[in-house]
Design a protein around this ligand. Sequence first.
Ligand code: HEM
Length: 446
Amino acid sequence: MSQSLPPGPDGIPVFGNTVQYLRAPCERRERWAEEYGSVVSVDILGMDMYMLTEPGLIKQVLMTDTGKYKKVESTKEHLERTIGDGLLLSEGDFWKRQRNLIQPAFYPDRLRDYADVMTDCATTKADSWDPGETYDVEEEMRSLTLEILVKALFGTDVDPDTRATIRDAVKALMLRTKPSTLPVVYFLPDWVPLPVNIRYNRGIRQINEAIDELIQLRRNEDEHGEDLLSILIEAETDEGVGMSDETLRDEITTMLFAGHETTALTLTFTWDLLARNPQKEAKLHDELDEVLDGRPPTFDDLPDLEYTEKVVKESLRLYPPAHDIRRQTTQEVTLDGYTIPEDTIVSMPLWVLHRDDRWFEDPEAFRPERWTDGFEEELPEFAYFPFGGGPRQCIGKTFAVNEAKLTMATFARQYELDHVEDGDLNIMAGVTLQPRNGLDMAVKER
Ligand code: HEM
């Protein structure tokens, strides 16, 4: 039987549940899920949004009924100037064509090449650290994953000044999605001369110029390299159609945007969890000592870094950086008996699903050991989905897991990281989940 309106928390006039939602989004959503069930109605500034808390409903949206949903219009409007019509935002036949063209850049033979870049960059960063010093680990991981991505995308032969320009420009672009600035910039056009917008507009100019130059450079080369840009330049449909310069630029900017912060945050949360759980950290060290015996990790070590992988998986469960996947309905839909109108946003809060004690015993505990061979297979589909799922699952999933494992291995074979302040990580949820004030940690030689 169809019930018309899902239940949800009471709000206040005009603002509805907006303030509660923004203040402590993750824990609050967990409580709402417990109280109201599979579909929770939330009023965000007069707009109805429905939060889905059952794996089966998420499967319906992301996998079974994809034709009834699209990416959220307001998110598109907010990000369009930054990443254009790249893979993350594009839709329909154009998206499908682009996904097919780009997929080979993530095939295993390519991942082997990227693994060398990952370990080299991680080793350089680790060597730059002084034992006894304190570092903002979030900042360090962000600059590391950006350096890795820039090298994987453009090749190692690109001159260091151009790489530095691209890195600085990407950092400026990310400012408009930081949880602390998001509530302000979301409602203001980017021409309003706020410092964040001035840096953003300069960043857009710089990145477009730098990428356009690199596209021309690569197009004029007789032999194409193995970097991602070269692969995309060569990619053609069966009809022999390749990508225009503008499409290439959108795809490359999308990769830079979607592909570095998420991995940096995973690494940051993992360092935090390991420091809070010394026994797990010791187990990780044992594995690294046994597998690597003091040398840097390689692509061929990845299958043997089993516990390292469990650590990364468990960290992605507790702190999924892309913590809320959303879609907008393109027609009226029925979810668990409720009628949801066309043009309504449905939200899939990973934090809530990943901490559900029906699937995860002692869900708040950091327990890498739970990821036994059979455990994931027995989970309901979409009870754990840090990389999304269905046709729009993250294209960089294996790239990211390899990167996290190789980086963890490179640093943890050499160092132990400890908190310099007591207390919980103060987390904010914007486009991604991130620590409010970075994460200062002291580095100790093992
Ligand atoms: C731990 C790291 C990462 C996490 C947690 C993550 C998470 C996600 C999620 C949840 C989605 C689906 C979004 C949706 O359905 O609306 C997604 C899509 C995407 N990700 Fe990732 N990602 C990570 C790393 C990467 C990397 C390294 C790259 C590229 C090098 C990348 C590129 C993309 C792209 C292009 C899409 C859009 C795919 C499409 O719609 O066809 N991501 N990611």
